[in-house]
Ligand binder design. Structure first.
Ligand SMILES: [Zn+2]
Length: 428
């Protein structure tokens, strides 16, 4: 991967807040100013990002006229900006179609495929993953390796991930330039100073993840961003739901640990440090079992993957598909374990919904395929415990973004930086 100016990876404040990720500690440069005072000289650059954002996020490919109508920019301005994006390889034209309106046929505009690549990676308790996506959202490469990373050695795990990076990203990067690399981790990421503060299930404390990764062989040029796994998965879910009415929801990410994220107006509410959403460590029963975080009776101990497998008397190393198969066969132990997990999830979710008045709960991670078995128990708790439920019962949905959503969310971080400021990319 080509070396980059450190300035190019510094995100605007709005993006950093929305995404909840942290630049690697060694590359941080404070952001001064922001988007409030857009100087005249920058208006064109701003509008370039506006046009690209409309094309990338459109439900249906817009024409230049559609963009002019949506933005209030003149047709001539939109055409000039669009042409620049096409020449720069960020936008493609589809064959013209006759529009309802009189006049020339409209040329639908779409994000370009295979012109830029962004890398999402994940270290989780029972797998490592890498996904490479382009601006059109097409997956260019992917690998997930299962393992057991409880109480693991960060140096060894990150060296293994670096090896995967070389094998998976290397061949793509020869063809398609990479715009960013973001790593999802199941713990508290400090977005001000960079290190991973605490990942309970990995037993990682105060680990300089970016530093360890980039010190692995061949990784010194990689500028790694870090983010919380649930935050990044919620980001992918918000993108999947962007054409629906659902702009505010509570996202639940079920793995061995349980993460969460509150999405408001399509963006993750990060909290003061970017540490919000730790619903897995909210208390279901103070007299309950000891949690890996040091507390007792946390939700994770009742509804995390290990708890669900243990409740069903199944091997913890088995994939969640084994639990689903057992439930489909009507095995009493599996069904009872899922019902118990659902009751605990519903209790914790009711507390959260009472606090933040959110109308939708989205079940992600392992909870998405388990949703048919979890929904009745969760819904019953919400109906009983959410004060406003008689007038406006919260809806509970299975996530749209499936199959390692955090990988997609992590890959989207680099792409979002290009969309927000395409001229910085085009000028390279
Ligand atoms: Zn805990």
């Amino acid at each position: 991967m080509a070396s980059r100016d450190p300035d190019d990876v510094t995100a605007p404040p709005a993006l950093a807040l929305a995404a909840g990720w942290a630049p690697g500690a060694t590359r941080v440069r404070p952001v001064v100013g922001g988007a409030t005072a857009v100087r005249q000289a920058n208006v064109r650059e701003h509008n370039l990002g506006l046009v690209l954002g409309l094309i990338v996020n459109a439900a249906n490919p817009p024409s230049r006229a559609d963009i002019a109508a949506a933005t209030g920019l003149t047709r001539a301005t939109v055409s000039a900006l669009t042409d620049r994006l096409i020449v720069g390889g960020l936008v493609d034209e589809l064959p013209p179609v006759m529009s309802q309106r009189a006049g020339r046929p409209a040329v639908p505009l779409v994000p370009a495929q295979r012109t830029i690549a962004s890398v999402g990676m994940e270290v989780n308790v029972d797998y490592l993953g890498i996904r490479v996506m382009d601006l059109a959202g097409t997956m260019l490469a992917e690998r997930v390796e299962e393992g057991d990373f409880r109480a693991s050695d960060p140096t060894a795990v990150l060296a293994r991930l670096a090896g995967m990076y070389t094998e998976v990203v290397g061949p793509v990067a020869d063809e398609v330039p990479s715009v960013g690399v973001c790593l999802a981790v199941p713990g508290l990421v400090d977005r001000i100073t960079g290190p991973l503060r605490f990942a309970p299930n990995l037993r990682w404390r105060n680990v300089d993840v970016a530093g360890l990764f980039t010190s692995a062989a061949g990784m010194s040029e990689v500028e790694l961003l870090l983010g919380n796994e649930a935050t990044l998965a919620a980001r992918a879910e918000a993108a999947a739901l962007r054409h629906t009415e659902i702009r505010m929801f509570l996202y639940l990410s079920g793995e061995v640990g349980i993460g969460g994220a509150l999405v408001v107006d399509g963006a993750v509410f990060a909290g003061r440090h970017g540490w919000s959403g730790e619903i897995g460590h909210t208390v279901v029963d103070p007299a309950g079992p000891r949690c890996v975080c040091g507390s007792t009776g946390c939700l994770e101990q009742y509804a995390g993957k290990d708890a669900l497998m243990r409740g069903a008397a199944m091997d913890l190393a088995l994939p969640v598909s084994a639990l689903i198969s057992a439930a489909e066969l009507g095995e009493a132990g599996a069904l009872r374990s899922l019902a118990d997990g659902a009751a605990a999830l519903g209790t914790a979710l009711a507390n959260a919904v009472n606090l933040v008045d959110v109308g939708t709960v989205v079940l992600g991670g392992i909870y998405a395929p388990l949703a048919p078995y979890l929904l009745p128990g969760i819904t019953a708790q919400l109906q009983d415990r959410v004060l406003s439920a008689p007038w406006s019962p919260p809806q509970v949905l299975a996530a749209q973004a499936r199959d390692y959503a955090a990988l997609s969310g992590a890959a989207s971080v680099g792409l979002a930086q290009v969309t927000a400021d395409p001229s910085a990319w085009l000028e390279r």
